[in-house]
Design a protein around this ligand. Structure first.
Ligand code: UDP
Length: 244
């Protein structure tokens, strides 16, 4: 197992994007099933109050920092995270990686029509990518059984799950064993971005570490959720101060 660094108890892997891709290669080749989580500061905060989510993050095989806030916070933990490794970017790198192989992928999550639109867009971008199926992320118990049956039948190597946190982490944890997927990743709103429904922040925002600010401008409804960001920073700093 590689080096970990803990941010408010959440164990992040100290990896670059290249290291993360190398790990995924290993996951696809070995015998087991592997869970990848992509927490941002909001999810780290959720885990403080949700023991089940925290346990899943602790049990996951790869935990990468989806938000720049997590990279910032790592300066106060046992090892510094080298860079932001966003779930969306990792997924794009995986598509490049597997495009010309026999590995397959299933798109699960998003509003009705979004996973299909995302699959179409990704198929244009990666013509040889083998997308074996998909389903939206709004389902009742009966439909969930059907979705699971579908996933089992199609046996994708990689299961992308975009149900938002903590639903996606819990769903993956409870169900991965019922599938034959080698890798399952919780990817939040990535299908929205892949489909073109929402736009990723312009590069300059990302470079300055201000992607969160761009998202706030575009979706003011996120304001309440985003109050968790300063809360996160305060708790990290308070812990650091108490250590001294
Ligand atoms: N979603 C879903 N089922 C649900 C709740 C949410 O499929 O029951 C989807 C929603 O459509 C969106 C994603 O989960 O595509 C969550 O997006 P959000 O931007 O909140 O996630 P983040 O990227 O911030 O984790």
């Amino acid at each position: 197992m590689g080096k970990k660094t803990h941010i408010l108890d959440v164990p992040f892997d100290v990896v670059t994007m290249e290291d993360a891709i190398e790990k995924v290669r290993g996951f696809l080749q070995d015998e087991g099933q592997h869970i990848i989580c992509t927490p941002n500061p909001e999810i780290v905060m959720q885990a403080q109050e949700d023991a089940a989510l925290m346990n899943i993050l602790k049990a996951a095989d790869l935990v990468i920092p989806d938000g720049i806030g997590v990279v910032w916070a790592s300066r106060y933990s046992e090892a510094k995270l080298p860079e932001r490794v966003a779930g969306y970017d990792l997924t794009q790198r995986i598509f490049q990686e597997i495009e010309n192989t026999d590995y397959t992928v299933y798109f699960f999550g998003g509003a009705p029509g979004v996973s299909l639109a995302a699959a179409k867009k990704m198929q244009e971008k990666y013509p040889h990518l083998k997308i074996v199926g998909g389903h939206n992320g709004y389902f009742d118990e009966k439909e969930e059984k059907k979705i699971l049956y579908d996933i089992k039948k199609l046996s994708p190597s990689i299961l992308l799950v975009g149900l938002g946190a903590p639903k996606q982490e819990k769903w993956i944890y409870d169900n991965i064993r019922l599938t034959t997927a080698k890798v399952a990743i919780g990817i939040g709103g990535s299908f929205d971005v892949m489909s073109g429904k929402t736009k990723r922040a312009p590069k300059i925002f990302c470079k300055l570490g201000l992607e969160w600010f761009y998202r706030l401008l575009k979706q003011p409804s996120r304001f309440m959720r985003m109050l968790r960001l300063p809360q996160f920073a305060l708790i990290v700093l308070k812990k650091q101060y108490l250590k001294k």
